[in-house]
Design a protein around this ligand. Structure first.
Ligand code: GRF
Length: 195
C-alpha cells in the first residue's frame, strides 16, 4: 500500500517532529513525512527538519495581521499543493478555527502532554504536580474544534515521583511522547482507528 503523505505542523523545538521523521525513515512505516510547516520563522525544528532532508515551509501568522482565516487559507493551500493526506500537530501553538479543523476532520492528529481528558490546555506538568496525581502522561488524539478534545488514538503514562519538579516530570513524559506519536501515526496510517 502507498505510504500516506504526512505534514507536521510545528512552532518550536520539534522533538516530536524528529521522532516522527525518524520512525518514518523505516521502510515498513506506512507514512512518509513530506512537509514540515512552522508558523514561526525561528522555530528550531525547521533546521532539524532540513537536516533530515525534509521540505520546510514557514507560514508566519504575524504576516496576516490577526486575520486567522487568511492565515489558515494559506496553510491549507500549502498542504493541498503538497498532496498532504494526514496532518500531525507537534507543538503547534496556534488555535485552529472550526473551518480548518472541519476541513481536515479525521485526518489531523495532535499530541498533548497529559492523560486527557485531564489537564487540557497549557502548563500540564505544573498542574499535574499541584493535583498530586500518581500518574501523568501523554495523549495522541484526532483534532476536533474543541481544544484538546477529540477521539483518543493512543495514551501512555509515567509514574510521578516524590521530589519531581516540572522539568523532571516533563522530561519523563517527553520520552513517552516520542514513542507514542510514531505508534499512533502508524495506527492511523494503517486505518486501524476511527475518527
Ligand atoms: C510537547 O510536549 C507536546 O506534547 C506539546 O508541545 C510540546 C512540543 O515539544 N503539544 P516538541 O516541539 O515536540 O519538542
Amino acid at each position: 500500500m502507498a505510504k500516506k503523505r504526512v505534514a507536521i505542523l510545528i512552532s518550536g523545538r520539534g522533538s516530536n517532529m524528529t521522532a516522527l521523521i525518524e520512525a518514518a525513515a523505516a521502510e515498513d512505516y506506512p507514512a512518509q513525512i513530506v512537509l514540515v510547516v512552522s508558523n514561526r520563522p525561528q522555530a528550531a525544528g525547521l533546521e532539524r527538519a532540513r537536516g533530515a532532508g525534509i521540505a520546510t515551509i514557514v507560514v508566519d501568522h504575524t504576516a496576516f495581521a490577526g486575520d486567522r482565516e487568511a492565515f489558515e487559507r494559506a496553510l491549507d493551500a500549502k498542504l493541498r499543493a503538497n498532496d498532504v493526506e494526514l496532518v500531525c500537530l507537534a507543538g503547534f501553538m496556534r488555535l485552529l478555527s472550526p473551518w480548518f479543523v472541519t476541513r481536515w476532520s479525521g485526518r489531523m492528529l495532535n499530541i498533548h502532554p497529559s492523560l486527557l481528558p485531564q489537564f487540557k490546555g497549557l502548563d500540564t506538568h505544573r498542574r499535574a504536580l499541584a493535583a498530586r496525581v500518581a500518574r501523568h502522561g501523554a495523549t495522541v488524539h484526532f483534532v476536533v474544534p474543541e481544544m484538546d478534545a477529540g477521539p483518543i488514538v493512543a495514551q501512555d503514562s509515567v509514574a510521578v515521583h516524590d521530589g519531581d519538579i516540572e522539568e523532571t516530570l516533563a522530561a519523563r513524559v517527553l520520552e513517552v511522547e516520542h514513542r507514542l506519536y510514531p505508534r499512533a501515526l502508524r495506527a492511523v496510517a494503517e486505518g486501524r482507528t476511527r475518527a
